[in-house]
Design a protein around this ligand. Structure first.
Ligand code: ADP
Ligand code: MG
Length: 645
């Protein structure tokens, strides 16, 4: 049966709506074992015809029949399979993929077969040996002469074992010696029972074949048999082929990245900066928050919180004192995980006199569990009629501040009586100890007695609530916040949480907010990375237009081309984020080492979650960046792509 038949092919190009007829009714049949030369003047439509026969061009009138099956209105998929299984292309300008070695070039069509990797290497090696390039298989195409390049191209065309070899001016760029050798190879291919169709404008070249088809002005002038066709192989030449796998596309992307490693490393470095800054900022947020919490916890006991009655300004103006009643203390005692509730009282502007020196304490409070016992470096906590001084205050009284312990100071406390009369109370107290942090304090009982001695009522204005475990503090706070009652018809919370512990939560919230903002700003550099990747991929698409054309001619699907660029973007995203995380880790080491003398603890704390987040974000951004460029690449017209410089 006829292998190939073309029926009444008409093809026109349109230039500004002017029709330009190139092929004007071509009818030909071809068989296995033929070596057909299509001879004609330059511009006569030979390449146009070859592109139609090769399944690259579908825009024509007429019919292409392969092994009895018409390809009229065939699907894109059918044409892809036709190019990969039935056709092997050889071009005048070789069209090898420069970033692949010769062996890899020959292996490209083999990636679309179901041979194993080993078999592919063996077959490609054998083909290159067959065309006399045994020593050159691991070189790149640009390390070969023109004749050698064309041999690689022939080996590639033969790789998928196609029935038809199509060669467009295969010797056009070669000297006479190489021309003869290439023609001999082509003749051998025909002798093996394949159909070879070679286009030429040289009569001498055409004389090599078994048949010459002469084209003039888009029509066939004559069709002359020179010698009988070579015997066709007996039996069917069944072949199995499979589309390019994602892994193959991925591998090709890797090969491409490796070829221009310097440039790609720069791109990866550039793209890594965004991820680096995001991860570092998140780590800094985590570290600084931890540091500040640690600082606060070192000032106050983290397990004890201060509770006061929640009163509005209106209530205070109406004479509400905001004191805690016994029932409040009882209620707080009943909250789950609470181990102790101490009555407390704080007041402003207390003066401490020692000999001639007078000092004012802004926040004076009764001693309670919020003070850290371990911070009492000298002496003990106050008992009745005793006071604990801060180190700062003790130093003001005596340079040798430790000597203050055991001495007597006088405190002056101001209060307002029920009839709005100012009252000043005075009390001699003994210094029980010196505390490094916190405030000056006497016991609740000491202060209560002073008030009662003046006939003033005294009730706690805060309670120090101690929780069994730090982890339960938050739950206790939340529970206390739930108590409410109706005040003047409105529901109002009964208590508020005061003291340093209360602001810990809000400090954390603000800190995290601040660092999310910083990370967000760092995210802008991610955006820059994304734009960079888009630009790089677009450049890559235009640089690799020819390669795309070659791959399409070999039978790669649009999808495969897309996979190629998506893989490359994925690799850039992955590698740059791993690098970015690495640099962030290094930055963490450096910053923490520099901060160590000041903070005595790490200030950057990158978690594995942040690293994972960074890597995932980077890969997603890269894949998104690849969308448009890879689509553009996939949509390129293979013939135009092949014509690209
Ligand atoms: N894509 C195209 N758009 C417009 N005209 C084209 C295109 N490709 C080829 N042509 C024109 O069609 C004619 C035949 O071209 P071609 O088939 O390449 O000739 P040959 O291979 O015989 O030299 C030429 O005049 C050429 O300028
Ligand atoms: Mg041509």
């Amino acid at each position: 049966m006829t292998l190939l038949e073309i029926k009444d092919i008409h093809k026109s190009y349109y230039m500004n709506k002017t029709e330009f007829k190139v092929l004007k009714g071509i009818n030909l049949t071809f068989d296995r074992g033929e070596f057909v030369s299509i001879l004609g003047e330059s511009g006569g439509g030979k390449s146009t015809l070859l592109n139609i026969i090769g399944g690259l061009d579908h825009q024509y009138e007429g019919e292409l029949i392969v092994d009895g099956t018409s390809l009229k209105n065939a699907s894109e998929k059918k044409f892809d399979a036709y190019r990969s299984q039935t056709i092997g292309f050889i071009f005048q300008s070789f069209n090898l993929i420069s970033h692949l070695t010769n062996l890899e070039n020959v292996m490209v069509p083999l990636e679309m077969t179901d041979l194993s990797h080993k078999e592919r290497v063996a077959k490609a090696t054998a083909l290159l040996e067959q065309v006399g390039l045994k020593e050159h298989i691991h070189k790149h195409p640009n390390q070969l002469s023109g004749g050698q390049k064309q041999r690689v191209a022939i080996a590639r065309a033969l790789a998928a074992d196609p029935d038809v070899i199509i060669a467009d001016e295969p010797t056009g760029a070669l000297d006479s010696q190489n021309t003869t050798e290439i023609l001999e190879i082509l003749q051998k291919i025909a002798e093996d029972g394949k159909l070879v169709i070679a286009v030429t404008h040289s009569q001498a070249v055409a004389d090599h074949g078994t048949r010459v088809v002469h084209m003039v002005d888009g029509q066939i002038d004559y069709d002359k048999q020179l010698k009988p066709a070579y015997p066709a192989p007996t039996g069917p030449t069944a072949k199995k082929s499979s589309p390019l796998s994602f892994m193959s596309a991925f591998k090709m992307a890797m090969q491409h990245m490796r070829y221009d490693i310097k440039r790609n490393l720069l791109i990866i470095l550039g793209a890594s900066i965004g991820i680096f800054s995001v991860i570092l900022m998140l780590g800094l947020g985590q570290g600084v928050t931890g540091y500040i919490n640690d600082q606060i916890s070192s000032q106050v006991n983290p397990n004890t919180i201060q509770i006061a009655r929640n009163v509005t300004r209106k209530q205070i103006e109406a004479g509400e004192q905001g004191n805690l009643a016994d029932k409040d203390i009882k209620r707080l005692n009943k909250v789950k995980n609470v181990t102790k509730v101490e009555k407390g009282y704080y007041t402003n502007g207390v003066q401490v006199h020692y000999q001639k020196k007078r000092e004012t304490v802004q926040m004076f409070q009764t001693f309670n569990k919020t003070e850290r016992i371990q911070d009492i470096k000298t002496g003990t906590k106050p008992k009745a009629n005793e006071i604990i001084l801060t180190k700062a205050m003790a130093k003001k009284f005596d340079k040798n501040y430790k000597k203050m312990v055991g001495r007597t100071v006088t405190i002056y406390v101001n209060a307002i009586s029920q009839d709005q009369r100012p009252v000043q109370m005075r009390q001699d107290v003994k210094v029980s100890g010196i505390i490094n942090s916190g405030t000056e304090a006497v016991t609740y009982g000491t202060l209560a007695k002073m008030y009662q001695a003046q006939g003033l009522t005294f009730a706690p204005n805060f309670a120090a609530v101690t929780v069994n475990k730090t982890q339960n503090v938050k739950a206790v706070q939340n529970k206390i916040k739930t108590y409410s009652s109706k005040v003047n018809g409105k529901t109002q919370k009964d208590y508020q949480i005061t003291g340093v512990g209360a602001i810990l939560d809000s400090i954390n919230t603000y800190l995290m907010l601040a660092f999310y903002v910083l990370a967000g700003i760092a995210g802008i550099s991610l955006l820059v990375s994304a734009i960079m990747i888009i630009v790089v991929l677009y450049i890559s698409v235009s640089e690799r237009t020819k390669e795309i054309g070659i791959l399409r001619a070999i039978g790669a699907r649009k999808k495969d081309i897309r996979h190629l660029f998506v893989s490359e973007a994925f690799l850039i995203g992955l590698l740059s984020s791993v690098l970015g995380a690495g640099i962030a880790g290094l930055g963490q080491l450096v910053v923490n080492a520099l901060a160590q003398p000041l903070t005595h603890m790490p200030i950057v704390a990158i978690t594995s979650g942040y690293v994972l987040f960074g890597i995932i974000i980077s890969v997603i951004i890269s894949l998104l960046a690849a969308l448009a460029p890879s689509r553009k690449a996939a949509k390129l017209d293979p013939i135009e792509a092949l014509a690209a410089e």
